[in-house]
Design a protein around this ligand. Structure first.
Ligand code: GRF
Length: 186
């Protein structure tokens, strides 16, 4: 039986949001870290914490096959909710439909602004005075599902995409665990 408190975090890289979700878990537990990049730093960290991991290099692999294998791992671990955290692969419509309402993502912009990549650069170039991050439900349309929580981060004079990214990331680490706890308890 799927248990909403049993969370799988999907990553592709550094995994700093995954780490925040693990370290600040409340009302949920990260019981699986799944990854599509064998050398992802986040995967090494999860292994060191003895969190069960699943990884299959997705390069050159048929998406349906890869997702079927992921689904099996999710079922084996009785996962109720999937939290995407820097997972750089677009999930298929079949997968998002199967998991409808049970997959959340963190995106480094104030959605619906700046879907996709290079969010900080685009916010600075547009002359915005605030940036931020959003937690949203994952649907088949990229970065378009209902927003569950957001936090604003001011854009300061002289900010570069890198300096802004650093401050937004700190806000992400505070927002995601809180938003996930509320989502699980809803
Ligand atoms: C974060 O900025 C997140 O918002 C975006 O990808 C980045 C992942 O960073 N989706 P990390 O792997 O969690 O450190």
């Amino acid at each position: 039986m799927r248990d909403p408190k049993r969370v799988a975090v999907l990553i592709s890289g550094r995994g700093s949001n995954m780490k925040a979700l693990v370290e600040q878990a409340s009302g949920y537990e990260v019981v699986l870290v799944a990854c599509n990049k064998p050398l992802a730093a986040g995967l090494q960290w999860a292994r060191k914490q003895a969190i069960p991991t699943w990884c299959w290099d997705s390069r050159g692999v048929d998406k349906a096959q890869w997702e079927t294998a992921l689904d099996e791992a999710l079922q084996d671990h009785r996962i109720g909710i999937i939290a995407l955290a820097g997972f750089m692969r677009i999930l298929s419509p079949e997968f998002t439909k199967r998991w409808a309402g049970r997959v959340v993502n963190i995106h480094p912009s104030l959605l619906p602004k700046y879907k996709g990549l290079e969010t900080h650069k685009r916010a600075i170039e547009a002359g915005d005075s605030v940036a931020g991050c959003s937690i949203h439900i994952v649907t088949e349309e990229l970065d378009a599902g209902d927003v569950l929580a957001q936090v604003e981060v001011p854009i300061l004079p002289g900010d570069t995409p890198e300096s802004l990214e650093e401050r937004v990331l700190e806000a992400e680490h505070q927002l995601y665990p809180k938003a996930l706890a509320e989502f699980v308890a809803r």
